[in-house]
Design a protein around this ligand. Structure first.
Ligand SMILES: Cc1cc2nc3c(=O)[nH]c(=O)nc-3n(C[C@H](O)[C@H](O)[C@H](O)COP(=O)(O)O)c2cc1C
Length: 412
């Protein structure tokens, strides 16, 4: 079983990730992880923190001479900012503790977390509830991406909307309409954009909206999309509620800080349409199509977003996540001081105007992780050669699945 845990506070010495269940023999370098960490740090509308941190994952366990050895993989990501917080975030008692944070921010974890863990200094909550932790998730997701490369899977994400600005969705809806969709080109355009939006005109308007929000001391949310190409049918299962891949993806995405909604495929927009429009007709494919996919079916559209019954159906995975406007406001909302009960403006500290472009990279990591878990569940393997061997065997089986198909038992 593939699983991971993280530890670390936002301004503590660093973040720790332990990943268990990575097969032996996987080529893994810290560069593979650092590349994703750098992507997470890039995004118009980020606060000053990102110019302090230049994240690097030190691999401290589970890899030797560039290959995994089957032991848990241990990663350490140092917080450079800790240099400025040594006294305030000391693990040992100090003579002069920092002034406590006592004015919870509406929309952050400060108040609910403080009540839960009996904290009269809300810093004890916000240090862990901070999205700094998502760097650790992106690191785990980077390892998942490396595994997925062996299985021909590519994951990419984009910003679909930021504040009131919506990207022209033609290129994206092509994915749902089952039209040819240049996954690589769209991913490359998103990578070039400071807001991770492949629609250049919309990207300009998004940057303008961010500047305006910053000037007025406000924050912005938006919608991110993640797609995965190259998936085999049969990942996940309908047989038990907690094995449904749609549920597992939704939980992984919803658990990302500030994510308040998840859609699979047509999602909420599909709910208002007719069954004849939203369910994806099945067609037989010719032998040409089978060069790219061995199973002899295709769909006329992809409203299901690649999942039916909690199982991948061989079409690209398409998910969306709604990211709320951030809770830390330069013009703080009203709050209450937990020491005195007095009405006071909420606490403020350095913060992002929007997290939407960066949330794309975190959402990609969540999707990559759940897909890697699903692949290892299906194909197993203590060594990556075993995983790939079982995967190839499955592809061979899929070629023969339908009796009438060009390469199936009767067609051969
Ligand atoms: C990449 C990323 C960066 C974030 N940066 C901030 C930030 O600078 N300020 C802030 O108030 N919230 C930020 N958040 C969101 C908070 O961490 C989140 O709202 C908080 O943990 C409460 O959880 P909830 O919104 O999911 O209920 C960020 C989220 C993400 C994904």
């Amino acid at each position: 079983m593939l699983r991971f845990l993280t530890a670390g506070e936002s301004h503590g010495p660093g973040l720790v990730v332990i990943i268990e269940g990575v097969p032996a023999g996987v080529a893994l370098l810290s560069e593979d992880i650092d590349r994703e960490l750098a992507r997470r740090q890039k995004g118009y509308g980020s606060g000053g923190r990102m110019s302090i941190e230049h994240d690097h994952a030190q691999i401290i366990a589970g890899v030797r001479y560039g290959r995994t050895i089957g032991s848990p993989v241990g990663l350490l990501i140092e917080n450079r900012d800790f240099a400025n917080w040594q006294e305030r975030m000391a693990s040992q008692p100090v003579e002069h503790p920092d002034a406590p944070v006592t004015r919870p921010r509406p929309g952050h974890a400060d108040l609910s977390g403080g009540m839960k863990y009996h904290h009269d200094d809300l810093r004890n909550v916000l240090e862990r509830a901070s999205a700094r932790e998502t760097a650790a998730r992106v690191a785990a997701g980077a390892v998942a991406r490396v595994l997925l490369r062996y299985l021909g899977v590519r994951v990419a994400g984009f910003v679909l909307g930021l504040g009131e600005v919506k990207a022209g969705r033609e290129w994206w809806e092509a994915g749902l309409n089952g039209e040819p969709f240049d996954f690589e080109a769209v991913a490359a355009q998103a990578e070039e954009s400071p807001v991770r939006c492949p629609d250049q005109a919309a990207a300009g308007a998004m940057m303008e909206a961010i500047r305006e929000a910053q000037t007025s001391g406000d924050t912005l949310g938006g919608v991110v999309a993640v797609a995965a190409a190259g998936l085999v049918p049969g990942l996940g299962s309908y047989a038990q509620w907690d094995r449904r891949l749609d549920g597992r993806l939704a939980a992984a995405l919803m658990s990302i800080n500030a994510v308040k909604g998840v859609e699979i495929g047509a999602g909420f927009s599909g709910a208002g349409r007719r069954g004849s429009e939203v369910n994806d007709p099945i067609l037989p494919t010719g032998s040409d199509d089978q060069r790219t996919r061995p199973w002899p079916f295709r769909r006329t559209q992809n409203m299901a977003g690649g999942l039916e019954g909690g199982v991948t159906n061989g079409e690209p995975l398409v998910v969306h996540a709604a990211v709320k406007p951030l809770a830390t406001l330069a013009h703080p909302l009203s709050s209450v001081d937990i020491r005195t009960g007095e009405a006071m403006p909420a606490h403020y500290e350095r913060s992002d105007v929007t997290a939407v472009p960066r949330a794309v990279v975190v959402a990609e990591a969540a999707v990559a992780w759940e897909l890697a878990v699903a692949y290892l569940e299906k194909f197993g393997g203590d060594h990556i050669d075993e995983t790939v061997g079982a995967f190839q065997q499955y592809l061979d089986y899929l070629r023969y699945y339908a009796a009438w198909s060009p390469s199936g038992p009767t067609g051969k």
